[in-house]
Design a protein around this ligand. Sequence first.
Ligand code: N7H
Length: 475
Amino acid sequence: ALDLKNIQGDILSGLPKKTETFYFFEITDVTGFRTNLRDFVPVIKTVAQTLKDREAIDKHKKESGHGGHKPPTIPLVGVNIAFSHLGFAKLGIDDTKLVDTAFLSGQRQDAQTLGDKGTLDGDKFVPDWDAPFKQDIHGVFVVAGDSHVTVDRKVQLIEQRFKVGTPTASISKIVSIVGDVRPGDQDGHEHFGYLDGVSNPAIIGFDKNPPPGPAPVRPGVLLLGQDGDEDKDGRDPWMADGSFLVFRQLFQNVPEFDEFVNTNRLQLPGLSAKEGADLFGARLVGRWKSGAPIDLTPFFDDPELADDPLRNNNFHFTAERDFQKLCPFAAHIRKTLPRADLEDLGFSIENRRIARRGIQFGPELTRAEKQQKKTLLGRGLLFVSYQSSIVNGFQFIQQSWANNANFPFGEQTPETPGLDPIIGQSGDAPRGLMSGVNPNTPATTVDLKDVWVIPRGGEYFFSPSIKALRETIAL
Ligand code: N7H
């Protein structure tokens, strides 16, 4: 059985959040840091505690749901911590048996592989990232909660405990980035308007009654040292029950995306202009804005289906391995989890599964942006994923699937799929054509000449177990 008191809360259950601060830091005094960390470990929220928090939230919702006068949320906050390879190096901790080449080289070195734009300085690739991510980041505190007040108070506690800004400081802040769930009926939707967080891997032995959908995965797909971790036998003992945390700051050009969708709206009999645009957008993502999958409802949105956990993930692209009438090969959710496209050919997709725990950042669209159809303020997704291998998980999905015009390869795929229109990157080269946008004529393509999701920074981290924090990393 999994030791839920030993695993950091965000990994398996997701820290509940309306807002979340990522506090990126550099370690400036190793002994001081390790001493401060010893006292801080009890503050770190485990899976066991996170499950209790979730119960309390559910109970509160039930009690306040019937015209009660209670506020809609209860004050709750959770802190997790994770380290980069540079952080372990600074601490003098040998992390070679973490094995993962992406982690060990760091995300900045990996940016070209991921397709990010950048320039060459001699033969060194320098990504077009924001300044904080060009510095050496040693670690991150992930602070999630119900409101800015509770989260900010916790950030202050972190700064006190690690003596930030004083002569005995053990860390210094590089940058803190705040994410916020979107307001009103956009709660849970990302900035293009699509419901997110519908499909995450169910974990055998942890998720008690997984709804129908992709097969549940062994715990080692997320956790090192557990069954399903490909490098299980080669790890050092302290690595068990930890997980790699991928962080990416992805900006989204929303008015430009909307304009592209509107310009290319499908003109089919019986569809209004808005319905034609919604259908085109749904074919880029693979789900309608409501969350309903187009594999199950290809021509019209179905909010009831979207809300039904027994149906909204229960599809496999089975009927359409060789064609893309229902869902384009390149649609974002088909690229990032091809289901039967690979499983029917005998390939397992278990080791490609990642647990996504991102949050939105930046303001809602302003009237000026809507009028000018131009992004004036920064907004997007603070992408977070957990996995036991970045090479098999996040890096593979981005590089070999999303950025690969020829994937997925049906046995006899009649058309070249094209890049993932949402996240596919191709550096400074054009992104090329995507097929399958029109359900009636799958060979029809659209030119993905613009890019609406722009990576501006990130890092690879390792989120250790509580035991590792206490016995190996702290003094
Ligand atoms: Fe994606 N989007 O709004 O289009 N994503 N994603 N993602 N994504 C998903 O099924 C989006 C990004 C995955 O199990 C949904 O929960 C946006 C990266 C995976 O069927 C929507 C951005 C990577 C899945 C979006 C972004 C992934 C998934 C449907 C960037 C990995 C689950 C909701 C700004 C490299 C697939 C859902 C499955 C779903 C969007 C980023 C991966 C709406 C806007 C970088 C594995």
